[in-house]
Design a protein around this ligand. Structure first.
Ligand SMILES: NC(=O)CC[C@H](N)C(=O)O
Length: 380
């Protein structure tokens, strides 16, 4: 239930966490009610990219940056056709957006898309709470949706968990489309859309790649019908343990030794295709300043992240898999979480973070060049 009245500084609102902790504030965006997994993102900029990233499906995002909305909403930075977060929690929303690209305020956009949010929350206390207790189910209620706390809590506790959630099919395109190469076309890539961010095919197109974005349910025949030089598996929402279809498809791509690249959900799928497990992190990595080491060069890069799950692979040894030797190529320096995998006996690799860098630092853009090199190598 949402009503499209503008909520800022109007109706009271309440954020209810499944462990019973409650934060009160004011409605922000649409007035109504929403449910999802409460997670925090530490990006100081880039809220438009965050909100429109399909990987945030069914998540209530808490912005740790205290002021949100200062640059309004523009017509260029969307990562998909809509806002995917199920709710938005902020401390101090901008009263007057100011940016030469802004077309409207963030508040107006949230209202237009029916996204329920809450402002005036002590997001520092909330983030510390989520860091201690872990990401958890939550609900935001405003206006007439507010009921006695115990009732709201019971409704939050009746929601599904993120662990075990299969969400990629609900966010992915239903029809294939092509993103043409910029300039001369050098390669064709089949990109499996599990919730792909718009910047990803764009970064490939900039490198002379014609990108055929295919639905999550594409068959191996549909993938090879585009005659690909490489196959890409995108980011996406939900628990990778539910992605049996994409794991089976990737397995066939690996059997054919086609150059392969995966990002985020795509990294988790490579992990599973190789026989590693995946597991849920306590509170995940979401933000644009995570330090990651590329173990193949020793270099440390500052990177954009949005993941709540991770691959369970050994850091200290090369693993024998059914596709030959595999190793952890990248690791997060904050907590030693696996951030990349590579095969040593065939052209396949993936990263858990976001080299397309939207919004984020561009340190990891070289990974798209690595994919191009793999495809060049296969031709030679
Ligand atoms: N951005 C992504 O692809 C996220 C992958 C997965 N849903 C996770 O939370 O870990």
């Amino acid at each position: 239930m949402t009503t499209s009245t503008r909520g800022a500084a109007k109706a009271p609102a309440v954020l209810v966490l499944e462990d019973g902790r409650i934060f009160r504030g004011r409605a922000y965006g649409a007035v109504g009610e929403t449910f999802g997994e409460a997670v925090f993102s530490t990006g100081m900029t880039g809220y438009q990219e965050t909100l429109t990233d399909p990987s945030y499906d069914r998540q209530i995002v808490v912005a740790t940056a205290p002021q949100i909305g200062n640059t309004g909403w523009n017509d260029e930075d969307d990562e998909s056709g809509r806002i995917w977060v199920s709710g938005y929690v902020v401390r101090d929303p901008a009263r007057v957006p100011s940016n030469w690209r802004a077309r409207r305020s963030l508040d107006d956009e949230l209202v237009a898309q029916g996204i329920v949010g809450i402002s005036g929350v002590d997001t520092r206390a909330l983030t510390r709470h989520l860091r201690e207790g872990g990401s958890m189910r939550a609900g935001v209620f405003s206006g007439e949706a507010i009921a006695p706390d115990a009732e709201l809590l019971a409704r939050v506790r009746a929601q599904p968990h993120m662990k075990g959630a299969s969400l990629y099919e609900e966010v992915a395109t239903k029809v294939a489309y092509v993103v043409p190469a910029v300039g001369e076309k050098r390669f064709t890539v089949a990109a499996i859309d599990l919730g792909i961010k718009g910047m990803t095919p764009h970064r490939m197109a900039e490198r002379g790649i014609e990108v055929h974005v295919l639905p999550a349910t594409a068959s191996v025949d549909e993938v090879y019908a585009v005659n690909p030089d490489g196959v890409f598996f995108s980011n996406g929402p939900g628990d990778p343990a539910t992605a049996e279809g994409p794991v089976a498809l990737m397995t066939e791509v690996l059997e054919r030794r086609t150059p392969l690249f995966g990002i985020c959900f795509g990294n988790q799928i490579l992990g599973r295709a190789l026989g590693f497990g995946t597991y849920k992190l306590k509170y995940g990595h979401r933000g644009i300043n995570q330090p990651v080491q590329d173990r193949t060069t020793g270099k440390v890069e500052v990177t954009a992240h949005n993941h709540g799950f991770a691959v369970d692979a050994p850091l200290d040894k090369v693993s024998e898999t059914k596709f030959g030797r595999a190793e952890v190529s990248h690791v997060c320096l904050n907590d030693d979480v696996v951030e990349g995998l590579q095969l040593l006996d065939q052209p396949a690799f993936s990263v858990q973070y976001h080299p397309e860098a939207a919004a984020g630092p561009h340190d990891a853009a070289y990974l798209f060049d690595r994919f191009v090199s793999l495809m060049e190598g296969q031709r030679a």
